[in-house]
Write a protein that binds this ligand. Structure first.
Ligand SMILES: Nc1ncnc2c1ncn2[C@@H]1O[C@H](COP(=O)(O)OP(=O)(O)O)[C@@H](O)[C@H]1O
Ligand SMILES: [Mg+2]
Length: 305
């Protein structure tokens, strides 16, 4: 969905919501405008100030509020049909725990963040993202969750119980991201939550399922070839590569296929595209040179892919 459509979709029937860019195009004072404050749109970009034409009163805009979803540095590509499909599944009251599984670098985290943003309207008490990738000690999972939910340990009660107690009557979407290395600890938090918090939806990403009763598992596939090519293109251009000949088109397609259209691998290859044209990248890949070394700020998982 493009930006204008996102802005249009966050208003209510009869309400005209406009962006600062549109305000800039209007004749000064030609229309009565009401400032609606800064809002985050569901494309997860940085907040924008939105305006309304006229001064009628409407319910709050359907934008991201009460969420701590991060602002990704790059736009989300593809997966339209998968997003629709999963948003529908996740909206069923029968689904309380949805786990996105797949190998490292398939795009589980990105997909889960996007799905959580799409579902945000249905969770008036908030959407909370708990990143677990950097936790080394499983015993810290409960406190990571508690910290994000701003729950404090009561005297004589476990942190797990305090979390379940705090969410008991809340309509919250809890996203536990990168559970694979702390599966048991995550399951121990999630299980009681499902039992005592009927309105909470737990979304998790993991290389393996949590194996908790009631879990719905969704296997995240690599990108479609077309989207992997767009991803390579975008990242390669960002790295300063010039890609225009038809020869590089066909090499990019082969390169992505060779990388199984795995987003992380495609990104790492694209980061090299300013130094090496796609055909040379393809050749290097065949000779297994360390093409896929991650950027300096990548996490451990990426650096060792
Ligand atoms: N649909 C997508 N659009 C744009 N970038 C993506 C997409 N899916 C994955 N990526 C990028 O690929 C990399 C790996 O994705 P990530 O979600 O971290 O994988 P996983 O969680 O499965 O290990 C990240 O840098 C992410 O931003
Ligand atoms: Mg992840």
């Amino acid at each position: 969905m493009n930006r204008a459509a996102r802005i249009g979709a966050c208003g209510h029937g009869g309400q005209v919501v406009i962006s600062p860019a549109t305000v800039g195009l209007l004749e000064p004072k030609a229309f009565p405008l009401k400032e609606l404050g800064a809002h985050r749109l569901k494309d997860l970009s940085a907040p924008v100030t939105l305006y309304q034409l006229g001064d009628a009163e409407f319910a709050p805009l359907k934008t991201l509020f009460r969420t701590n979803l991060p602002i990704p540095a790059t736009p989300f590509l593809g997966r339209e049909a998968e997003l629709d499909d999963l948003a529908e599944r996740a909206s069923s009251p029968a689904v309380r725990l949805l786990t996105l599984v797949g190998p490292g670098g398939t795009g589980k985290t990105r997909f889960a963040l996007q799905l959580a943003a799409e579902l945000a309207d249905a969770f008036p008490d908030g959407v909370r993202w708990v990143p677990l990738a950097s936790l080394r000690d499983p015993s810290l999972v409960a406190s990571a969750v508690a910290q994000v939910l701003e729950v404090e340990e009561g005297s004589g009660e476990s942190l797990g119980n305090a979390i379940s107690g705090a969410l008991a009557a809340k309509r919250v979407l809890l996203l536990l991201d990168n559970c694979e290395h702390v599966l048991d600890a995550a399951a121990q938090i999630v299980s009681p939550l499902l039992r005592s918090c009927p309105e909470v939806l737990v979304l998790t990403t993991s290389r393996e399922p949590l194996a908790v009763a009631g879990e719905h598992v969704y296997d995240v596939q690599p990108l479609l070839s077309r989207d992997a090519i767009s991803l390579f293109d975008a990242r390669a251009r960002a790295a300063g590569a010039v890609l225009d000949s038809t020869a590089s088109r066909s090499s990019i397609e082969k390169l992505c296929a060779r990388l199984d259209n795995l987003p992380l691998a495609v990104e790492l290859a694209a980061a090299r595209a300013a130094q090496l044209p796609p055909a040379a990248l393809l050749e290097r890949l065949s000779s297994r040179v360390d093409l896929l070394k991650g950027p300096r700020d990548a996490d451990e998982r990426q650096r060792t892919l």
